[in-house]
Design a protein. Structure first.
Length: 393
C-alpha cells in the first residue's frame, strides 16, 4: 500500500507543512513518496514557507495521475480540501460524493512549471502548455496514425464510457460543467492574466456530426462570454473549421486554432487548411511525432509549434533528429517552440538502466523505454516552453 496517514513527521523537511495538512485531513490519507508504487501517484510536500500554500507540490507518478485517486485528501465534513494559504483551511474543491474519484483526479491537477499565482487558477489540466482544459463533450472517431493509441479513448474506457467510433454516442455535460469557464474568466479579469483553455482533450470540436451542432453553438457562445480566456481549439479536421464556425473572416481575438501534424503526409494535407484560417494564433501539435516534418512554405503561417513523443503502453519511439529538425526550423523562422515530452522512450545515452527495453529509432538512435516521468521533457538539456504572440495583439 502506497498511502498512509499524514503526521507531523511524515516528510522530514516538510514537517510543518505535513502537520498543517494533517490538521485539515485527520480522517484522510495522502501518499508518501518513499512508499509510492506504480499504482499510485505521489504528493510530495516540499516546504512550509510557500507564499500561497501550506506547501507547494509536485504531483507525479508512473500511473500519470496527479492525485492518488482512491485517497484524495478530505476534511472532516466529507468535502475534498485543496491547500490554500497556511492556516486558512484551504479551498473547498468539490464534495467527494458528487464526482467519481477519477473525475476529481482530472480536475485537480497542479503544474509546478507554472507561476505561483497560476497554480491557484489552473485546477484541471496536467498538460504543460495550457492552463485549463475544457471538454464540451467526450468522444471521437480516429482519422490518422496519431490516433492509433489515443489516450483519450483509453481514459474514457477506463472510466466505463464507450464513446469512440462512428456509431457510439457522445458523452455530454450539464450546466455546472459549462459554468466553469465563466468562473475562470472572472478570476482572470481580477488577476489581470490570460489563462489558456485547451478545447478539447477528450474530443475534436470539429467532428462533423449533426448531434454535436447544438453543443458547438453553445461553445461559441461560451467563448464570446469569456473574453479574458484564450481558447486553444486543436483539431485533426482543419478542413471543416470554416464550415463549422460562425465567424467567417472576423474571428474573435481570443480564439487560437491548431492542428495535429504527426508526419510529413499529414503536414502536407493539414497545413494548407490551417494557413488560411484568420485566427489570432495558428499552431501545430506535432505529438506524437511519428516522422520528420518540414514546415516548408507554411512556416510563415505558423505562430507556435508544440511537439513531443508518445506515451502509454503501446508508445512508438520518436527519432531525436525529428525533434531537432523542428527546433532548427522554428529558430530559423522565429517560431516559439514547446517541447512537451519525450514520452515513454528516451535516448539511451546517459541512462543507466540495465533492464530497460531498448529499440532503435528510425534515425539509428538507441532509445530506451523508461516511462514518461523518467524520460522527462528536457531537449538538449533545455526545457523549451515557448509561447506565441497573438497576431491581433
Amino acid at each position: 500500500m502506497a498511502c498512509r496517514k499524514a503526521s507531523s513527521d511524515t516528510w522530514g523537511r516538510g514537517s510543518q507543512a505535513a502537520s498543517s495538512w494533517s490538521q485539515l485531513n485527520r480522517t484522510g490519507y495522502v501518499c508518501d513518496p518513499r512508499l509510492s508504487s506504480s499504482r499510485h501517484a505521489e504528493r510530495r510536500i516540499v516546504g512550509a514557507d510557500h507564499p500561497y500554500a501550506a506547501a507547494k507540490s509536485e504531483i507525479a507518478g508512473p500511473c500519470g495521475r496527479r492525485w492518488c485517486a482512491c485517497r484524495l485528501p478530505t476534511r472532516s465534513d466529507g468535502r475534498v480540501a485543496r491547500l490554500g494559504p497556511q492556516g486558512d483551511g484551504g479551498e473547498i474543491l468539490e464534495r467527494s460524493t458528487q464526482r467519481t474519484y477519477q473525475e476529481l483526479a482530472l480536475c485537480s491537477g497542479v503544474s509546478y512549471r507554472q507561476s505561483d499565482r497560476e497554480r491557484l487558477v489552473a485546477k484541471n489540466s496536467r498538460i504543460e502548455w495550457t492552463t485549463h482544459t475544457f471538454n464540451p463533450w467526450w468522444g471521437c472517431v480516429k482519422v490518422s496514425p496519431a490516433c492509433k493509441h489515443c489516450y483519450a479513448e483509453s481514459w474514457a474506457k477506463r472510466v466505463g464510457k464507450d464513446v469512440w467510433g462512428i456509431g457510439a454516442e457522445r458523452r455530454f455535460f450539464g450546466d455546472k460543467h459549462w459554468a466553469e469557464p465563466l468562473r475562470w474568466n472572472t478570476a482572470a479579469a481580477a488577476e489581470g492574466e490570460r489563462p489558456r483553455v485547451f478545447c478539447a482533450s477528450m474530443a475534436d470540436v470539429f467532428e462533423d456530426r449533426r448531434d454535436l451542432d447544438q453543443w458547438r453553438d453553445r461553445l461559441w457562445g461560451l467563448i464570446a462570454a469569456t473574453p479574458n480566456l484564450d481558447w486553444l481549439l486543436l483539431t485533426k479536421r482543419p478542413d471543416l473549421v470554416s464550415r463549422l464556425t460562425p465567424w467567417g473572416d472576423d474571428w474573435p481575438s481570443n480564439v487560437w486554432i491548431g492542428t495535429t501534424v504527426e508526419d510529413q503526409d499529414w503536414a502536407d494535407e493539414r497545413l494548407p487548411e490551417l494557413a488560411v484560417l484568420p485566427a489570432a494564433v495558428r499552431f501545430i501539435s506535432a505529438e506524437p511525432l511519428l516522422g520528420p516534418v518540414d514546415l516548408g512554405r507554411w512556416a510563415h503561417a505558423i505562430d507556435w509549434v508544440i511537439t513531443g513523443g508518445e506515451s502509454g503502453p503501446k508508445a512508438r519511439p520518436t527519432s531525436p533528429s525529428w525533434f531537432r529538425s523542428l527546433l532548427n526550423q522554428c529558430m530559423a523562422a522565429d517560431i516559439p517552440f514547446h517541447f512537451k515530452q519525450w514520452g515513454d522512450w528516451a535516448p539511451g545515452q546517459g541512462i543507466n538502466l540495465a533492464k530497460a527495453r531498448a529499440a532503435p529509432a528510425e534515425d539509428g538512435t538507441t532509445m530506451l523505454r523508461v516511462g514518461k516521468k523518467v524520460a522527462g521533457r528536457h531537449f538538449d538539456g533545455i526545457t523549451w516552453d515557448g509561447l506565441p504572440r497573438s497576431r491581433s495583439a
